[in-house]
Design a protein around this ligand. Structure first.
Ligand SMILES: [Fe+2]
Ligand SMILES: [Fe+2]
Length: 269
């Protein structure tokens, strides 16, 4: 199922398949007849549509919040992140089956993959309501890098993808909601509120299973997290952090502040 999603190129087709497999997964779980985990060879790069063209970040259209075109560019970049997230979630399901995990791990990732699929569709709906669509402009080429860098490191993947990249989403989404609120685009505000609420869960799944694996190997989670993020994530983490939502997701300040390029504001006291 995971490899089917990963090898489907079209965004709407990929998310339709993803949501259908998630329904099948949970129906089987509820019926007490769970689908076997099995094993498969996920591709190194997931299939993607011909458009958008993948560009160096400095060539991606500017995202100025003050204009309708700028807001479409913001929506487009978030849709691109969500499509990438769909693939990231199915990839972690298929990639690390050599490590035996409780079924609850797969439940969490299938649920999150389903939600990422919904997020992509919601943002495509918003783009289409503005007369645009996913693929209408260039998008960031570097999105799959975290997956490539951690292709053989399960704990590294958990540290960098849910606990750094998705946690960053919690920091920036409230500002994005404000932008669309000011523009009176209620459709996008509603979509971003759904995304914001559900992304807390995705970060929490990352933290939960990262701590689980640390416990299994008798490792100190905070030290392991710092070491893996320094190894696989390029650059410092950027404050301001959404400390409240990060706490809700099981990420305490001593995990991320030591990796930031500034000192915490309360460190002066
Ligand atoms: Fe998402
Ligand atoms: Fe997510």
């Amino acid at each position: 199922m995971a490899v089917d999603v990963l090898t489907t190129a079209d965004g709407r087709a990929k998310t339709a398949l993803s949501r259908d497999y998630a329904r099948q997964w949970f129906a089987a779980r509820e019926a007490g007849d769970p689908i076997a985990i099995g094993d498969a060879q996920p591709p190194l790069h997931p299939s993607r549509p011909e458009k958008p063209e993948l560009l160096n970040p400095r060539d991606v259209p500017r995202r100025r919040p003050g204009s309708a075109q700028g807001r479409i560019a913001i929506l487009h970049s978030v849709a691109h992140i969500e499509l990438n997230a769909v693939d990231l979630h199915w990839d972690i399901i298929a990639r690390f089956t050599d490590t035996k995990m409780p079924m609850g791990f797969y439940d969490d990732w299938v649920k999150a993959a389903d939600e990422e699929s919904k997020h992509f569709n919601l943002l495509c709906d918003c783009l289409e309501a503005q007369g645009s669509h996913y693929g209408a402009m260039g998008a960031h080429a570097g999105m799959w890098r975290a997956a490539e860098d951690t292709v053989d490191d399960f704990m590294g993947r958990l540290a960098v993808v849910p606990m750094v990249l998705e946690a960053r989403g919690l920091d920036v989404t409230p500002g994005m909601i404000d932008i669309f609120q000011s523009a009176k685009d209620t459709q996008t505000v509603d979509a971003l509120k759904v995304i914001y609420a559900e992304e807390v869960g995705h970060v929490a799944y990352g933290s939960k299973w990262f701590h689980f694996l640390c416990g299994r190997h008798d490792m100190d989670p905070k030290e392991a997290f710092h070491q893996l993020v320094r190894k696989y994530f390029h650059g410092a983490l950027k404050p301001p952090f959404n400390e409240e939502k990060r706490a809700e997701a099981g990420l305490p300040p001593d995990f991320y502040w030591p990796l930031a390029d500034k000192l915490p504001p309360h460190s002066q006291n």
